[in-house]
Each structure stands twice: as C-alpha cells, then as structure tokens.
Design a protein around this ligand. Sequence first.
Ligand SMILES: [Zn+2]
Length: 120
Amino acid sequence: MEGQADNRTIEAALHDARARVLADLSARDVAEAEVVSALEEALSKRRWWVRQWPDGAEYVAGLLAQDIQDALLETRGRWPVCAACEEPHALAVDPELGPDPHWVCEARGEAVAPVGQLGG
Ligand SMILES: [Zn+2]
C-alpha cells in the first residue's frame, strides 16, 4: 500500500512538472512538436530518477525546467530569455534542486515568476 501511495505522489509530481514547463513553453511561444517531444523525453528520464529517489518528487518541476533549458540551448538557444534586461540572457531556475522553483534574473537578482507562471 505504501508503495502505491508513493507511486501516486510521484505521478502527481511528474504530471504537475510537465504541466508547468509546458505552460512556460507556451507562454514563450516555443511549444512546438519538436520541443514537446524533448519534454516527454526529459520527463521519462525524470520518472526514472524520482523512482530511485521518491523524496525528490517536489524537486521535479525545477529539474524538468532545467532539462528543457539544456535541450533548447542545443537546438534553439537560450530559453527563457529575460524580458527585463537589455543584455539578453536566460532566466535561471532557483533553487536548482529544491521545492517551489522560480525563474530568476541573475543579473538583477530578482525572482521573475514561479516555474509554470511565466505567462503571468
Ligand atoms: Zn535579466
């Protein structure tokens, strides 16, 4: 029974992480088929990861956001670009490994939005 509860927690966390990253991709107009398939691939890797370490379930959204940043950097460049700075740079996920991840502008030292709410 405990195992099943863990599994539900894990699947809920993965579902939430996917929805949040997809919302941010849509907010920044890059939710295309190729990007969505990169998201699914990253999600399946994180599913494996969180099954090894169920206590990390609440870290999955921040990690998935960083996975997609890395994937997009290879194919399209920086994402998401900071809208506040003249010098173009990507927003960073803070904390890199922790609950309640936010997009932050490291140049200004400011939180921009929670992961999943880039669209406001
Ligand atoms: Zn900035």
